[in-house]
Write a protein that binds this ligand. Sequence first.
Ligand code: NZQ
Ligand code: ZN
Length: 390
Amino acid sequence: MNDFVFHSPTEFIFGRGVEVQAGERIARCGGRRVLIVCGGGSARRSGLLDRVVKALDDAGLAHALLEGVRPNPTDDKVREGIRLGRAEGTDWLLAVGGGSVIDTAKAVAAGIRYAGDFWDFFDGSATVTEALPIGVVLTIPAAGSEGSGNSVITKTATCQKLSLRTPYVLRPKFALLNPELTLTLPAWQTACGITDMLAHIMERYFTNTPATVVTDHVSEGLMQAIVEEARRVTLNPQDYDARANLMWAGTLAHNGLCGTGCEEDWASHFMEHEVSAFYDVSHGAGLAVIFPAWLQWMAVHHATKVAQWAERVWGVSPAATPQATAEEGVRRFRAFLASIGMPLTLRELGIEHPDINRLADSLHRNKGEFVGNYVRLTRKDTEEIYRLAQ
Ligand code: NZQ
Ligand code: ZN
């Protein structure tokens, strides 16, 4: 087990109706002028935005609104938010939505205080040292951005979807988690979220670090719980308890807990980010295609931990070889993903003729010669994995 620092300072407030606490919490922290960030309309349609605005009014806070953040959020919206926030004298951000909204709020929070272009943080030419504080009202359990220090933004001009990682500066001060808000999620978005949270655990679980017994069992238990609750919510989308368990699982999957003491991998995420940058697919659906292909490749080249995962999470009996055990686990994982309505190939994802060379070239241009840690993948390896995903 490696040495580690586990830093998860976000205050999570969980339960029915908690979104009305947004105003009093920001006021208590000294906020006066809030920029609300939200998506393409779901929060407005459900009445959530009105409730949040009222909560800010009740707390005597001034507010402005940055609306229309789209999935796979783009740099132009961040720039619009920075301009608006500066004009309004914003001192707090409140993200009302999912990963795309929260990530946009984080980029605005960092960019508002920075004299240069915010993209400098994403391409690595500058480091975020300060940012405005952020609160979150979460509407979809998926990206885990409510508890992470990361932000993922696409620069449209160059088709680059890059993640900014700031373990300390950009973690939200609080996240209000009301599972009832997720009852309006379409089955597709629910399934994308389930896939993404499983992927966040797996990116950490597939490690060569020895003796990560506690972290392994925490991760295995969490993956099993997600699979169980996914089955329940698929049968009954109005099941509050299933929604509640999934909401908490999405946060725990990505707040760092599942990576304690491990060298993490992240190759599948970086490979998927290329797919969603070029083809604008939902991140979770992209992962449903890429992660099993990565696992299939690993079953052949480095089966050890994949076989453990197959036995402990998917109940596979040990076969004659670790490869065979691992392959059965991948088969069960794919069957699960199909059962919740996820695509399993790039073609099923709607990409008839994927430009594999372009995906692999861009991946290594953005991430360097090697990608991932469980196996340090070369350009040749990642191309093979993209081809397995076809
Ligand atoms: O825009 P609206 O109208 O709100 O609709 C959204 C959007 O179309 C809809 N939705 C959200 N809550 C809803 C709802 N519809 C009905 N009822 C509700 N309660 O869901 C759609 C997807 O929203 P989005 O925010 O894009 O989803 P998600 O949370 O999956 O975020 C995905 C983004 O996060 C990034 C992904 O790459 C992607 O860009 N990630 C961010 C991470 C981080 N910051 O730590 C880590 C992740 O690995 C991920 O890469
Ligand atoms: Zn993800």
